[in-house]
Design a protein around this ligand. Structure first.
Ligand SMILES: *[C@@H]1O[C@H](CO)[C@@H](O)[C@H](O)[C@H]1NC(C)=O
Length: 425
């Protein structure tokens, strides 16, 4: 190992790879969900292109996407040749698909007739009897529908998978497989970028997991951790996603799963809370969680808020889920730091503060004016001296103000600690 030279110290600050969560997130995702992450990484050019292509090939070889695997193989090896194993595999995949399609034919025939479908009732066992009596559709046909859906999913035909899983969920009576089908449906929704349906399926899945209190505790924790990981795709793409993320992650049982199995998820919770101005109250909960974790202390003010914000910006920019939230996050984080800064100082030099926050003096002044107008800051601007002077409160007011300032700066420190901490983790 080399010594800790200045070059290394500099690399530690700006090496975006140390913040990359792709590997750790992938462990709790279906392998098909990892492809968009790898695609994103290759656009970011954080890793050597061959390394990413090799990772893709390794993933894809475990699926049925043989043609895609051949493309990657040929690109990596600079060849037009198609190795024998791919040809064989392709034959197997197609054969199995045809076999399964033949097995579910009575169902697909039935489903293609809208009038017949209308005769289905709510009650699944009633339907099963009806389907058997009228159409000769038995339980094994219905189970084959599940296998056909899964096979299509592995082939990368997510729309066929989603459709078959939808029907399986309506017809199948095996509860455990019903849950598996819903996981598959959620993954298919995400891969089809249908986040509206994704949100519905996610909430249904959560309900199913929540009532499954007889499952071994370790499995319950695991399922919740998986759900939180999968939910990121939906939450960061749905218009009400950030609220829903905060609601889910801060629920006691999900929070426990997060703390035990997925501390890296705090990054997403923290960003959702900071960006979502309507949920300021969640900040307190977030800080409570953070304080239970032992993140390294880092003072954003003395450490230079500007550098800290820049680092956060870089981390968000290189995160598949958060890249789009970068500006909103920086804006909100800057405001929070700024408010804290104003509250813990008697007199602030605006030029210095602007520099700290990476803003021009005009923007800084505008902010202060807004704070004063909103009665969130009792201060006066001395335009000539370029300073802001905090005003004393009435009798006893100082204590209140100081108390407020203390708790607020504690919160902000804790928050920035977490962010720096989680980003480093
Ligand atoms: C997906 O599956 C459906 C139903 O089997 C089929 O009609 C469609 O052609 C498939 N799509 C692709 C891209 O293979």
């Amino acid at each position: 190992m080399a010594s800790d030279g200045p070059a290394q110290a500099a690399a530690a600050v700006s090496d975006p790879l140390q913040y990359d969560l792709t590997t750790v997130l992938s462990k709790s995702l279906d392998r098909h969900l990892v492809f968009p992450l790898l695609e994103f990484l290759s656009q970011k050019e954080l890793y050597a292109a061959e390394d990413i292509e090799a990772a893709k090939l390794e993933l894809i070889e475990k699926t049925n996407m043989v043609d895609y695997a051949v493309d990657i193989y040929q690109g990596l090896n600079h060849t037009e040749e198609v190795p024998e194993q791919f040809v064989t595999r392709r034959g197997e995949v197609v054969n199995r698909l045809r076999t399964l399609e033949a097995e579910v034919k009575p169902i697909t025939d039935f489903l293609s007739n809208a009038d017949s479908v209308k005769m289905l009732k709510q009650d699944k066992s009633q339907n099963q009897a009806f389907l058997q009596a009228e159409f000769g559709i038995r339980a094994e046909h219905i189970e084959a529908l599940y296998h056909l859906a899964k096979w299509n999913f592995e082939c990368g035909n997510y729309s066929a998978a989603a459709e078959y899983l939808h029907h399986y969920r309506n017809l199948g009576t095996n509860p455990e497989r019903g849950v598996s089908a819903l996981w598959g449906k959620l993954a298919a929704d995400v891969l089809l970028q249908d986040f509206e349906t994704g949100m519905e399926d996610l909430l249904k899945l959560k309900d199913l997991l929540d009532i499954d209190t007889f499952a071994p505790v370790a499995r319950q924790l695991q399922s919740r951790s998986w759900l939180m990981h999968w939910s990121l795709f939906v939450f960061f793409n749905h218009e009400n996603g950030l609220n829903a993320l905060i609601d889910l992650f801060l629920q006691e049982r999900y929070l426990t799963a997060l703390q035990l199995l997925g501390q890296h998820l705090l990054r997403y919770l923290a960003v959702a809370v900071v960006v979502n101005k309507r949920r300021r109250s969640a900040l307190k909960d977030l800080v409570r969680v953070i304080q239970q974790e032992s993140y390294e202390y880092a003072d954003p003010i003395t450490g230079g808020a500007h550098a800290w914000l820049a680092r956060c910006g870089e981390v968000l920019d290189n995160d598949f889920f958060l890249a789009a939230a970068r500006e909103a996050f920086l804006d909100a984080a800057r405001t929070m730091l700024f408010e804290t800064f104003c509250r813990v100082h008697q007199e602030i030099d605006m030029a210095g503060l602007s520099q700290q926050l990476g803003l021009d003096t005009e923007a800084t002044e505008k902010w202060i004016v807004n704070l004063i107008r909103g009665a969130r800051l009792n201060a006066k601007i001395d335009a000539k001296a370029g300073t802001v002077i905090m005003q004393a409160q009435g009798p006893g007011g100082d204590d209140v103000l100081l108390e407020k300032a203390r708790s607020l700066s504690m919160r902000t420190f804790a928050l920035s600690n977490t962010l720096v901490g989680i980003l480093k983790a």
